[in-house]
Design a protein around this ligand. Structure first.
Ligand SMILES: [Zn+2]
Length: 259
């Protein structure tokens, strides 16, 4: 549906880039228009009315006017800053990863309300979670599911036999699990444990309230992370840059949050 000349929307800011001396281009994720990019004129001037309302990872209500190339933000009021996320370096890193992942996986102006809800719900959860890594695994798997990349976790990709409780393989190129008998079908598939498979199924299928009760040991969480990361790298055909920051924190021993 074409947008009216002036329109109002709620949005979460995924990215900001400087434009000229005082403007910014903001990448926004909205409930009804999906991802959009817009110009925030004069936002980098200290007295700008927009200042503070379009910070990265802030949810706001905006009024936009259609422009020749990009639409222009004319008014803006913040609704949610996700303050608990922004109080902690690890959680900030996780939230930047969530924003970058969503930006890389989506094209502009394709509505996906479940993804908008997922973004907001998981950013709130990220602020409160004992284990932020589980929130990332939930976001990754749910996002893949909502965007048509849901991994096959129940039947072997090759022979279609139901997956048994044994060490199977995960194929990033196939987007799912292979049974041991079919391991030669995909030489670059990686081993996946029974418990990692169970965690992935649970995070894909349960609502957030149930997912919040899940407790996963560090090693298992890392295994699930490696599987999803490798699958995402295959789908996007590149690495997500903000992962470097999370890896850096992990290496410095700052990867864990105080509970
Ligand atoms: Zn098989």
């Amino acid at each position: 549906m074409p947008r009216p000349r002036v329109y109002k929307t709620e949005a979460v800011v995924l990215k900001r880039a400087n434009l000229g001396e005082a403007d910014s281009i903001v990448t926004l994720y909205t409930p009804n228009l999906g991802k959009i990019r817009a110009v925030a004129k004069g936002i980098r001037r200290p007295k700008s009315k927009l200042c503070g309302h379009l910070d990265l990872l802030t949810r706001s209500t905006l009024l936009l006017a259609q422009g020749q190339n990009l639409d222009v933000v004319t008014q803006c009021q913040s609704i949610e800053y996700f303050p608990l996320v922004k109080n902690d370096l690890k959680r900030i890193g996780c939230a930047l990863y969530v924003a970058e992942l969503l930006d890389q996986f989506t094209v502009e102006q394709v509505e996906n309300y479940p993804v908008y809800r997922l973004l907001n719900d998981d950013l709130l959860w990220l602020g409160e979670a004992r284990d932020p890594d589980i929130v990332l695994r939930h976001f990754e798997l749910q996002l893949l599911g909502h965007l048509g990349y849901k991994p096959e976790l129940y039947y072997c990709l090759s022979c279609r036999a139901p997956i048994q409780q044994q060490r199977n393989l995960f194929s990033s190129s196939g987007g799912g699990v292979l049974c041991p008998n079919c391991s030669e079908a995909e030489p670059v598939a990686n081993l996946i444990s029974v418990d990692a498979l169970k965690v992935m199924r649970f995070l894909l299928e349960s609502d957030q309230a149930s997912a919040r009760r899940l407790r996963v040991a560090g090693d298992l969480s890392r295994e699930v992370g490696q599987v999803t990361r490798s699958y995402i790298r295959y789908v996007l055909e590149r690495e997500v840059r903000s992962l470097e920051f999370l890896d850096h924190l992990e290496a410095k021993g700052q990867g864990a949050c105080p509970s």
